[in-house]
Design a protein around this ligand. Structure first.
Ligand code: P6P
Length: 342
């Protein structure tokens, strides 16, 4: 009888095998990702049953963003906070759902060396209509002196991240992360309740044929974005145009598709959102870290996202992210009007 050959490696085994990639003390990364994996699996269970467990719909309040909070937002936020607090490696967190940072002053977490910024459930308005949603996380080392973190620890540029990743709750549930040595994707086997390596060393295609933007805001876009959209729609065999327009309305889902197929996602500044809609700390920075690790690019249309020095927890930034050739093409349109504006 043929011996049973394991054809895949679990997240836990992978982390232990790759512990040397993480330039800090052994074991810390494992405990950090074990916490994130636990929160993701619990959230996944509720997301996949959302129509049955009275967790659909609004919580009846609005968050610091002024957005309607969904019951699943609160549930997901609580899972991440609890899981990260219990592991002792994290001394403070910043969440999309909480106005201020949260310090973990427990016996162990007081000496935690890491801080985590996260969006516990991005795109949650899509839950009620059964569209993919995601969780996004960004991990830094605490840099300030003293037992626990201060706000200054969260004001590090994205280039200082030691790890970042997302979970996509889609047709399958995946955890995709990087510690600065490439990007690896793990698919949840719900029958076992564990993540297994399914997408090793993810590399975004250099170019693509998909552009992703909410064209309903067209009249409010900067002229450079309007021109880029027309460029995507123009007929040109040599550059495989017109491109296809795909917009899911969940940044994680749009980003993940582009990571696999190539493409560009743009959430620019608009008249109503002069700094764009997406948040720098727990949406743009982690996705920018991942896309650069996968050979892609991420900017605000002019400047590299990872070089932006944050000044507040929930600050927003325009985001142009995806295949490098497509981001550079869009930036060229933006630059044309920037020069004209000088
Ligand atoms: P709009 C979800 O609310 C989110 O933060 C991102 O996941 C998504 O890309 C964006 O907002 C969608 O915003 O204005 O196009 O509905």
């Amino acid at each position: 009888m043929e011996s049973f050959k394991r054809s895949y490696i679990s997240l836990g085994e992978f982390i232990i095998e790759r512990q040397t990639d993480f330039k800090y003390a052994k074991g810390e990364l494992s405990r950090l990702f074990s916490a994130i994996s636990l929160a993701a699996r619990i959230i996944n269970r509720e997301v996949k049953r959302a129509g049955l467990n009275n967790i659909l719909g609004d919580f009846g309040s609005t968050n610091v963003q002024g957005e309607e909070v969904k019951k699943l937002d609160i549930f997901s936020n609580e899972q991440f906070i609890h899981a990260l607090k219990e592991r002792g490696e994290v001394c403070a967190i910043a969440s999309e759902e909480n106005e201020g940072m949260i310090e973990f002053n427990g016996e162990f977490s007081k000496t935690g060396k890491y801080i985590v910024a996260f969006d516990p459930l991005d795109g949650s308005s899509n839950i009620d209509v059964n569209v993919s949603v995601g969780s996004i996380f960004s991990i830094y080392r605490k840099t300030t002196e003293g037992d626990c973190a201060t706000l200054d620890d969260f004001m590090q540029a994205g280039v200082e991240q030691v790890a970042a990743g997302y979970v996509i709750y889609g047709s399958s549930t995946m955890l995709v992360y990087s510690t600065g040595n490439g990007v690896n994707g793990f698919t949840l086997d719900p029958s076992i309740g564990a993540f297994f390596l399914s997408h090793p060393n993810m590399q975004i295609p250099k170019t693509g044929k998909i552009y992703s933007i909410n064209e309903g805001n067209y009249v409010h876009f900067p002229q450079g974005v309007k021109d880029y959209i027309k460029y995507c729609q123009a007929e040109d065999m040599a550059t495989s145009r017109p491109y296809s327009s795909r917009y899911i309305g969940s940044a994680v889902a749009d980003f993940h598709r582009n990571m696999l197929k190539g493409g560009i996602f743009i959430y620019p500044s608009t008249a109503n959102a002069p700094k764009g809609k997406l948040r720098l700390l727990y949406e743009c920075n982690p996705l920018a870290f991942l896309v650069e690790q996968a050979g892609g690019k991420a900017s605000d249309g002019f400047n590299r996202i990872l070089d932006i020095k944050p000044t507040s927890l929930h600050q927003r930034t325009p985001l142009f992210i995806g295949s490098p050739d497509m981001v550079e093409q869009a930036e060229a349109f933006m630059q044309k009007y920037a020069e004209a504006a000088v």
